[in-house]
Design a protein around this ligand. Structure first.
Ligand SMILES: Nc1ncnc2c1ncn2[C@@H]1O[C@H](COP(=O)(O)OP(=O)(O)O)[C@@H](O)[C@H]1O
Ligand SMILES: [Mg+2]
Length: 352
């Protein structure tokens, strides 16, 4: 659906040269919700503006539905762009126009009659649940409502692609959730391919099926959300994931010698991480029962992504050494990664 091939974008001024996007190659499938994650300055906005040629790539190709955008005439490009909707962090609504007029704006000059435009805007207002706000002005709306208008406007031309550049970054978590839900609905109902640019890992986790991680203009990691979250390869990806998980707090507790991690000789602290295809069995209770050990959960961070558990636990496990070792093997056999964070026997020896 969207193919980016060896895409480069360089900004050149007299003083310097900035390579904002470097050699990006990506395939985004028809109908999927694809995430592009990266910290500020990574090149995400530049990349997304290259997708609709708002920014002309310095090098490389953008192919949408089999059409190489660089080969189109200006007129053809304008037509093609109509099929690519876009929403922004700060909504970019026209302040002096009503909600109705904002949504109708992209239809100006189209072949639709006045009546048809009215009906279309009405349908869009219904879709974004703002039927009662048609005559309001943007200043009279909340952030979430403004973004709903942004979405309705982006859909006015029945696009096949919707580009979202930090569309929820100015919104609170609850409003973010409702906007993501709406985007999911739009994706399902119309089969629109959605590209979500964000620096918020939570957003990607909630809505995307696949994602790319960008750093310094490059895509450094790419794959299914599950793979990225369960087995991140790059440091930048790990940093992102840590920002949404409490499990790494265990290291602070150990560093600060918290009484929570002050374990006995027959105890170990384990960090467990569910890998792809790990079991949905109640593993902790099985372990406690079958191997005759006690487990105490200190941190837990598990959610279900694409029907598999993702995340992990930090537990204190108490029992005979051999039994604990059996537990560790059992967990590993069930695709749970085990890290021994602290071993009571060892710390007892050190302090002895
Ligand atoms: N129009 C521009 N002219 C010059 N440099 C730019 C321009 N737009 C972006 N940049 C630079 O390109 C890099 C990537 O920016 P951007 O794509 O906005 O990143 P992100 O959206 O990930 O925060 C930054 O170093 C930024 O300063
Ligand atoms: Mg940006």
């Amino acid at each position: 659906m969207i193919i980016l091939k060896n895409l480069h974008k360089t900004y050149e001024s007299k003083a310097n040269k900035i390579e904002a996007v470097k050699d990006v190659t990506l395939n985004i499938n028809k109908g999927e919700i694809y995430g592009i994650i990266g910290f500020s300055g990574a090149g995400k906005s530049t990349l997304v503006r290259c997708i609709n040629f708002l920014e002309k790539p310095t090098n490389g190709q953008v192919v949408i539905d089999g059409k190489d955008l660089s080969t189109l005439s200006n007129k053809e490009l304008r037509e093609e762009r109509k099929k690519i909707g876009m929403i922004f962090q700060h909504f970019n609504l026209m302040k002096s126009r009503t909600v109705f007029e904002n949504i109708a704006y992209p239809l100006k000059g189209s072949s639709y009659s006045k009546e048809e435009i009215k009906n279309k805007v009405k349908d869009l207002l219904k879709l974004v649940e703002l039927e009662d706000k048609a005559d309001s002005y943007p200043s009279q709306l909340s952030g979430g409502q403004k973004q709903r208008v942004g979405i309705a406007r982006a859909l006015a031309n029945d696009p096949k692609v919707l580009l979202c550049d930090e569309a929820t970054s100015a919104l609170d978590p609850q409003t973010t959730k409702s906007i993501l839900k709406l985007l999911k609905e739009v994706n399902k109902k119309f089969g629109i391919t959605i590209v979500i640019i964000t620096h918020e890992m939570q957003v990607v986790k909630e809505i995307c099926t696949r994602a790319a991680v960008m750093e310094n203009g490059k895509v450094v990691e790419e794959g299914s959300i599950f793979k990225i979250f369960s087995e991140p390869k790059e440091k930048v990806t790990k940093n992102f994931i840590d920002s949404t998980s409490s499990l790494s707090n265990i290291y602070d507790l150990i560093e600060n010698k918290s009484s929570v991690v002050d374990i006995k000789e027959n105890e170990k602290i384990l960090k467990l991480k569910y890998l792809e295809n790990s079991t949905t069995e109640p593993i902790i209770s099985i372990v406690s029962r079958e191997f005759n050990v006690d487990t105490n959960i200190i941190f837990g961070n598990i959610e279900i992504i694409q029907e598999s558990p993702l995340g992990g636990l930090v537990v204190i496990i108490r029992g005979e050494e051999a039994k604990i070792n059996n537990v560790i093997s059992y967990l590993q056999e069930n695709n749970v990664e085990v890290e021994v964070i602290k071993d009571g026997r060892l710390s007892a020896k050190i302090t002895a």
